[in-house]
Design a protein around this ligand. Structure first.
Ligand code: AMP
Length: 225
């Protein structure tokens, strides 16, 4: 296996989407964000989207079965064969088990899990001010820490910036509880499998990116040897 198959792990608001954009460019990976896939289904008004929205608006997880089917199909497609970056998946132990089984069946495996650690207070501060582009949710701003040049307008494509429904403070608190209960146990899960790489998610975006890129470059080199 020479391709990099990665997971980005961390609480909501850790900056996974921002780092994902950079890492995918560094290593030519397919970026798979379950949150983005679900939001696309909601926007299209599909059955799945309608069902998922109820959970998403409450800050709860969409049931495992739905997510697992969606992801196993995605990573089995040819464009995932040169390496992928999972962002927002897995979020439960059942999802992690299903991913491991699907990769084993495809004759491949995970290369590493990148954990971005950020405190709860920092998450609330970040998400309350987060704004995303209506056209491309990878274009992310913060009203205080990373404002666009023109208020409410995306620097990159001139589209409108909005606050995600689930970035309201109450929902953020619920998403954090869910993260601690259901997703944080994956830290031990991947540590036991010797796949976990820890990073301080509070470091400035550029610095964090340089650190992650350097570490992954050595993972990639070791894999080739
Ligand atoms: P995100 O953009 O990753 O923060 O995801 C937004 C919302 O989509 C989450 O709060 C969940 O409701 C849902 N979601 C995304 N990924 C998953 C997943 N792997 N398992 C269950 N629900 C998910």
């Amino acid at each position: 296996m020479s391709e990099l198959n990665l997971i980005l792990l961390g609480p909501p608001g850790a900056g996974k989407g921002t780092q994902a954009e950079r890492i995918k460019a560094d290593f030519s990976l397919l970026h798979i964000s379950t949150g983005d896939m679900l939001r696309a289904q909601v926007a299209e008004g599909t059955q799945l989207g309608k069902r998922a929205k109820e959970y998403m608006d409450r800050g709860e997880l969409v049931p495992d079965g739905v997510i697992i089917d969606m992801i196993t199909e995605r990573i089995a497609s040819p464009d995932a064969g040169d390496g992928f970056l999972l962002d927002g998946f897995p979020r439960t132990e059942a999802q992690a088990d299903a991913l491991g089984a699907a990769l084993a069946e495809a004759g491949t495996a995970l290369s590493a899990v990148v954990l971005m650690e950020v405190s709860d207070d920092e998450v609330v501060r970040r998400l309350a001010g987060r704004r995303v582009c209506v056209k491309n949710s990878a274009h992310i701003y913060h009203v205080e820490f990373d404002p666009p040049k023109r208020e409410g307008v995306c620097d990159q494509d001139g589209a409108r910036l909005i606050q995600r429904d689930d970035d309201q403070e109450d929902t953020v608190r619920r998403r954090l509880e869910v993260y601690h209960e259901q997703t944080a146990p994956l830290i031990d899960y991947y540590e036991e499998r010797d796949l976990l790489l820890r990073f301080d998610g509070v470091a400035p975006v550029d610095q964090l990116h340089v650190r992650i890129r350097a570490t992954l470059a050595s993972v990639s080199m070791q894999q080739r040897m």
